[in-house]
Design a protein around this ligand. Sequence first.
Ligand SMILES: Nc1ncnc2c1ncn2[C@@H]1O[C@H](COP(=O)(O)OP(=O)(O)OP(=O)(O)O)[C@@H](O)[C@H]1O
Ligand SMILES: [Mg+2]
Length: 631
Amino acid sequence: MPGPSPASFKLADPRVAELAKRTLRTIWKYVLPYRGRFALSILLGMLSAVFNGLMLIGFQLIFSLVLKGKTRTLGEPTDLPLIGEIDLAKLLGLDADAPIGLTGVMIACAFIPVLIFLRGFFAYLSSYMQAWVTSRVACQLRNDAFHSVMRQSPGFFNSARTGELMQTVTVQTAAVQRNAMQLVQTLAQRPLTIVSILIVLFAQDWFFTLMSLVVFPACLVPIVRIGKRVRKTGAREEYDSRELMVAMQESFAGIRLVKSYAREPHAENRFATTNASMTRNQLRWTKAVELVGPLVETVASLGIAAGLVYAWDRGLEAENFFLLVMALTQIYPPVKELSRVQMMLQKTTVAAEMVFELLGREPDIKDVPDAVAAGRSLGTVTFQNVTFHYRDADCVKKEVPAISDINLQLDPGKFYAFVGPSGAGKSTLYSLLLRFYDPDAGAVLLDGRDIRSLTQESLRANIGVVSQDTFLFHDTLRENIRYGRLDATEEEIIAAAKKAHAHEFISRIPGGYDAVAGEGGCNLSGGQKQRISIARAILRDAPVLLLDEATSALDTESEKIIQEALHTLSAGRTVVAIAHRLSTILEADQIVVMDHGRILDRGTHAELLARCALYQKLYHLQHSGEGQPPA
Ligand SMILES: Nc1ncnc2c1ncn2[C@@H]1O[C@H](COP(=O)(O)OP(=O)(O)OP(=O)(O)O)[C@@H](O)[C@H]1O
Ligand SMILES: [Mg+2]
């Protein structure tokens, strides 16, 4: 996926600046529905920031009141005397010169926790409000990312890695949320915090403040250094996290293969290597980030040490010096955070770029703007001069077409069996009829209408599929059958199961229709899974039926049952069967022989056996001795 490599991330680079701008603009679109709350969160954040300064002023007043029993002009007279003029004693109606009693001290001191509480309260409210907005933004982002993945045509999934998509939808969106939130918080609050504390500092002692500010740039040097190192590890971590997801997803999905080849150590090795690399990079990141704090503090302590010398020299009162130090320690953390803004912006941009790339991805197959709903089709399917090439991962057409120049008319209610050697293009014809791909030349028609003029949903509503590899969801058998038509009633489900000869075995399983199929339908036999998928197709009740027979042989008994079930299902539909079983082939109204993406011949079993060499070969290879051809 495109995006700046973190090592080269410089805001001055116009390409990067453009990217960052685009990222923020896109995020803003997501925030827009919650702009009220968002504004409120910023406002609260600013309030808590200003409170930092107010709190210090409050402390100052309390200190002077308690320690001296009267207000004092702070430090040396300054050009910014705003605090020095506040006379707390007068405000509280006390005699300015009389020392305050114990009660007065207690009351004044009680304000300290109140001030701290108020500051924390505003900080909490603003953080909560921001989390409220950003988690909704992240929620919407995840929905949209998943929606975008689901809209893609099957061609996309040929080249995309499932684990990577999962990582983008979950981890990357979370990263966008986290980093964007931090970014907003930093930009909205920290400058205000700094300014409000600076005002207090300057009012207190401008010379001291000015001197301590010289220390700031010195603090920034190590931060900049470390920031550079951090940037390098940032991208590695993203990469590892994706690899980890891919390693997991593939091992889980292919667990049967892994187990049957006893390749667990191999899978574990792959996982462990990536995991170790990710851990290393995480640690490196933490090391770099955590180093910043102590470094800054060390530099700051130098300032404090120097400040003390200055205080001694100027004869500064203890409480004033204490306040200065307090203000200074308060001002460093926000400065530290501000210095990380570029780093945060970069992390946000890198994560967001992957998410937005997915969001902005247009599917290869789209409904045309004036697409019409197909309605219930009669079941006439026509292939007109259809040629199609698969694409490789870079969307480059393969040289050899998967099918070329196919002309075929399939009449309603008839049963067609497609035979041909592996790679002949049988499954490709299916994919084209389902419009998983668009042909490079020619057209596929349903009832005489180009399927590209129909909505994909209405096209597919007219097609039922019973495929080689029945996929069952980790759900009850009832829900697995209901997948064929979501609003089917219990009676309809049972009726469909009966027609598919699935009812008998379902009734025998403990739990019956409520029994849960394992992921991929692990706890059902191959024949049972097929019957579930036939029941599904019966519920779907589509006029066109695609039947991709399993190549694996079933025992004669279940073969017979499935044959019966298919017979029931096929009645009154246009059936396009990729047939491997002789019984299916014999049942067909017409057999279509394919080879190298072309139609070689078509006819009945007897006709083809008499004249088609390839058919004779296929028949003798696969079916000799399996059954008797009709006379
Ligand atoms: N997703 C794909 N990407 C690239 N090429 C493909 C893809 N699927 C099939 N092909 C190629 O297209 C040609 C036709 O494949 P197709 O799957 O239609 O054959 P088939 O007749 O269904 O074979 P089988 O009987 O083994 O299922 C083959 O040469 C195959 O390599
Ligand atoms: Mg196939």
